[in-house]
Design a protein around this ligand. Structure first.
Ligand code: SF4
Length: 317
């Protein structure tokens, strides 16, 4: 977690990450502190700089009638290489609208536009987003008797306009009613794109003899739908790299900003690794049953050069 420190009278050090409320108090008291010491939102906002707020691309907003959902992508891994907990929260449609549209242009203009659409005061929107921008902790509060919560770093502030992290939903019909309910379609899609595999593990129970995989065109159509409905996507097999057109599938997945954890036992080539990187794939899990060739030949029935190819792959990455 990034930490911010303030030094007062050259002695006391205050850790912003532990005292966010204190930061606000200090600002109200007009105590000066350096740019490095304050969170980006406070610094830029209070100094009247143009700034942009974006939905963190690790989250997706799904808007349905009377209800919106905040969904964390499943392949979320922290800097410490820990999986973040799956997160999904139901929020009022007005909040879904704000989160979906806050990234459309410079902050003040966005707030103004949203306020006009929702017919509420811009101050109210400002007050709300202030609680969640660059916030390292989960925030929860009671809204008309329903507890709603917002995950860490849901909104992030930047100085420059950026592309690709604006999440909108043209299908959203904004209503003032908030009716918490189960989503109409699943929040996450676990998509087995192939049953094929290149290894032959002795413990395998998958039906690898099926020859009726979907075509790449059909798979992409499902991915289009997953994107349109707003949610997360996981890809599995067999081994997805045994699917002949896997690059076509990955390209589409990357274009939509999905970051699935891909798991394989196939040693990939150098250009495959670069392709994955350029497509925005961040997580690749390689499952190695043994480092001994004889064991590998027995357990996963691979050729003698398998382990060398695996080592070579890790050189590339
Ligand atoms: S990698 Fe998985 S699907 Fe492939 S043979 Fe082994 S257990 Fe079966």
């Amino acid at each position: 977690m990034k930490r911010f420190y303030i030094t007062i009278y050259k002695k006391r050090v205050i850790d912003y990450s532990l005292h966010p409320v204190l930061i606000e108090v200090l600002w109200i008291l007009n105590i000066q502190f350096s740019k490095e010491a304050c969170p980006p939102y406070y610094f830029m906002y209070k100094n009247g700089c143009i700034m942009y707020i974006y939905l963190n691309p690790q989250y997706v907003i799904r808007n349905e009638n009377n209800c919106s959902y905040i969904i964390a992508k499943s392949a979320l891994i922290t800097a410490k290489l820990e999986y973040a907990m799956a997160f999904a929260s139901v929020v009022p449609p007005s909040i879904g609208y704000i989160l979906s549209h806050i990234g459309e242009g410079e902050l003040n203009a966005s707030i103004e536009n949203i306020a006009n659409t929702l017919n509420i005061k811009p101050d109210l929107i400002d007050k709300f987003i202030r609680k969640i921008i660059d916030n390292p902790v989960k925030v929860g509060w009671n809204y008309k008797g329903v507890t709603i919560s917002f995950p860490p770093y849901l909104l992030t502030s930047v100085k420059e306009e950026s592309e690709g992290s604006v999440y909108t939903d043209n299908e959203l019909f904004y209503t003032t009613d908030f009716i918490p309910k189960r989503p109409s379609v699943p929040l996450n899609l676990n998509f087995m794109i192939t049953t094929q595999c290149r290894t032959d593990c002795m413990y395998c129970y998958a039906d690898r003899n099926r020859k009726n995989d979907l075509t790449s065109w059909q798979i992409i159509k499902v991915i289009d739908e997953a994107h349109d409905m707003g949610g997360d996507l996981a890809l599995t097999g067999g081994d997805i790299f045994a699917f002949p057109d896997w690059k076509e599938v990955i390209r589409k997945v990357g274009q939509y900003g999905f970051t699935p954890l891909l798991s394989t036992k196939i040693p990939l080539k150098e250009d495959d690794i670069y392709f994955l990187k350029e497509s925005g794939i961040k997580f690749l899990q390689f499952s190695l049953d043994s480092i001994f060739t004889s064991t590998l030949q027995t357990m996963v029935r691979v050729k003698e050069d398998y382990i060398d190819n695996v080592k070579q792959m890790f050189e590339y990455s």
